[in-house]
Design a protein around this ligand. Structure first.
Ligand code: GTP
Ligand code: MG
Length: 202
């Protein structure tokens, strides 16, 4: 898919203040620092569109970016950032939970996992919750430039085995590097496929 236009629309903490034009949206979630905002910049080929930082906890709001005047990419705050303190973590969790519970326009949630790490409890629990709430999602392993291909394969095998303990089928999986611009076409083509199928439906 060709991204002709990508523009920031609004940041906020409340779902009822998100755009109300009914356009489909695709959101990115995962632990702080996993690379959500960087991925949005890579996909749109606009470096400063979403704010990134090497320090976790950068994105604190729900951020909508309108793409080609037709659909949204949504940058969400990261979950589980310990240094935010209990209260701060709970506030962020509430923003995320409300968004996931109430946002009907959410068409697919991309759950980002850092490919370098072993399966983390917080991510597995989050993914299990998605199953319970029936939110359509796909997985993206991020930062693949940081490890070798063989290590990536090993880590992904461990991860998929862990997921299969609770899931009969695995969700769709993507592999990206925002640094090396890898995985861009795969993610964008998937979004395009869904957008096209929505047009047929309505
Ligand atoms: P929060 O907003 O804090 O939840 O973090 P985030 O998930 O939005 O992460 P962000 O995109 O801000 O990236 C965090 C750090 O990881 C930054 O220093 C990025 O440059 C780095 N980073 C993100 N993606 C990649 C990648 O694919 N490869 C490498 N090498 N670094 C990456
Ligand atoms: Mg961010």
């Amino acid at each position: 898919m060709n991204i002709k236009k990508a523009e920031f629309v609004i940041s906020n903490t409340q779902v009822d203040k998100c755009p109300q034009d009914g356009k489909p949206e695709y959101a990115f979630i995962g632990r702080s620092n996993v690379g959500k905002s960087s991925l949005i910049n890579m996909l749109t080929a606009k470096k400063g569109l979403a704010m990134t930082s090497s320090t976790p906890g950068k994105t604190q709001l729900i951020n909508h970016f309108l793409i080609n005047d037709e659909w949204y990419l949504v940058d969400l705050p990261g979950y589980g950032y310990a240094q935010r303190g209990k209260k701060g973590r709970e506030q962020i969790q509430q923003i995320i939970d409300h968004y996931l519970d109430e946002r009907e326009e959410l068409t697919c949630l991309f759950v980002l996992l850092d490919c370098r790490h072993e399966p983390q409890k917080i991510d597995l629990e989050f993914i299990d919750q998605l199953g319970e709430s029936g939110i359509p999602f796909a997985i993206i392993f991020t930062k693949i430039d940081k490890i070798s291909t063989s290590r990536l394969k090993e880590n992904v095998t461990v991860y998929t085995q862990k997921l299969l303990e609770n899931w009969e089928e695995l969700p769709l999986v993507f592999y990206t590097s925002s640094e090396h611009k890898k995985g861009r076409d795969e993610v964008l083509n998937y979004i395009e496929e869904i957008n096209e199928s929505l047009k047929i439906k309505y």
